[in-house]
Design a protein around this ligand. Sequence first.
Ligand code: HEC
Ligand code: HEC
Ligand code: HEC
Ligand code: HEC
Ligand code: HEC
Length: 222
Amino acid sequence: MSTKENAKDENAENGSADQDNKGRGDSSSGFIILFFIVGLVASLVVGWIVFPKLLYSRKKQPIDFNHVIHVETVDEGCESCHFFREDGTFSGIPKLEQCTDCHEEAQGEDPNEIKFVEEYVAKEKEVPWLIYSRQPDCVFFSHVAHVKMAKMDCATCHGPVGESEHSKVYEKNRITGYSRDIWGKNISGFKKNTYDRMKMDDCAQCHEKETGDKGSCFQCHK
Ligand code: HEC
Ligand code: HEC
Ligand code: HEC
Ligand code: HEC
Ligand code: HEC
């Protein structure tokens, strides 16, 4: 049988099937709506729950760091470890030498501290901390402009890290290579806190609000 005839036959069959179905039209449209809903729910689950889980790889910090214990122990709060140098540049994540005064030897029984002392302090090896807020290389950012000049809180951009008892998991976007802290907690782009996301538009939005001007490309891209 040629394909043309085949198609004709099918059409004829479908035609009669349609007529048979007329009386049951209500229930079949019910099924169509049900299928539509099932499909919609399935794609929402994939898009909102499965995809974001697959999109980010999760890494633990090499050592779990407790900010609460340390902020209580040091003399000058955050500045003891995250300080500005004379030339205005920001020290960022502390170097090992800032820890060794207190951790020459383990102070307690905490296995995490013992690991830190044995694997890093004793071997004089820097801890390869992962940086949640790291921007791509093309972006220029200055802490002194925001913290000293504009008097902003660390938490505005970083959230309550200074009050945390554990280092949070570092989530890296498999496609862009950016950290979750840059591209946002919420896949839909919805933002509850100022620190949920730090993309270009988030920087520019605050600049426009504070200074009435979005700024030129060269303000942030040198
Ligand atoms: C004893 C030293 C020490 C003190 C004091 C300290 N920090 Fe930290 N901070 C660290 C270390 C080590 C890390 C890296 C480990 C981590 O991210 O959990 C870090 C990481 C951070 C980060 C993450 C930056 C990023 O994007 O990865 C922020 C934000 C931060 N600290 C804010 C604060 C604030 C705010 C305070 C004061 C309330 C403070 N720290 C006090 C040692 C310190
Ligand atoms: C002013 C002294 C001081 C400095 C500076 C200091 N620590 Fe500590 N650290 C302590 C004390 C006190 C404890 C609590 C000891 C205990 O009871 O286990 C502690 C506990 C720890 C622990 C185990 C508890 C936990 O889970 O976090 C780790 C790991 C640690 N410190 C890492 C660091 C690192 C990394 C640095 C440098 C960025 C640092 N410390 C700088 C005093 C200090
Ligand atoms: C206006 C937003 C903003 C504020 C306010 C802010 N930060 Fe940051 N912070 C950033 C950004 C953006 C980066 C990433 C910079 C980069 O990748 O060049 C960063 C990076 C860091 C890092 C990692 C730096 C490194 O590369 O070693 C630490 C630690 C940190 N900030 C701590 C602090 C602390 C402590 C305060 C308060 C004194 C603070 N920040 C205030 C936005 C901010
Ligand atoms: C919550 C508000 C806020 C956020 C978020 C913010 N900024 Fe700013 N930024 C300011 C203010 C306020 C100033 C100071 C403006 C002035 O007085 O000129 C400033 C100044 C700057 C300057 C000029 C510094 C100089 O040396 O002239 C740069 C560059 C900059 N911001 C980059 C960034 C980048 C990149 C981000 C995002 C990662 C960012 N900012 C996020 C508020 C913000
Ligand atoms: C207030 C600071 C700021 C201004 C002004 C700004 N940018 Fe950006 N830009 C960023 C930040 C932060 C990122 C990284 C996060 C992201 O991709 O959103 C970025 C990312 C980019 C990227 C993607 C680079 C990459 O490696 O993913 C391009 C392209 C870009 N900017 C172009 C521009 C152009 C063109 C202008 C001027 C119209 C401009 N930017 C103005 C802060 C800024």
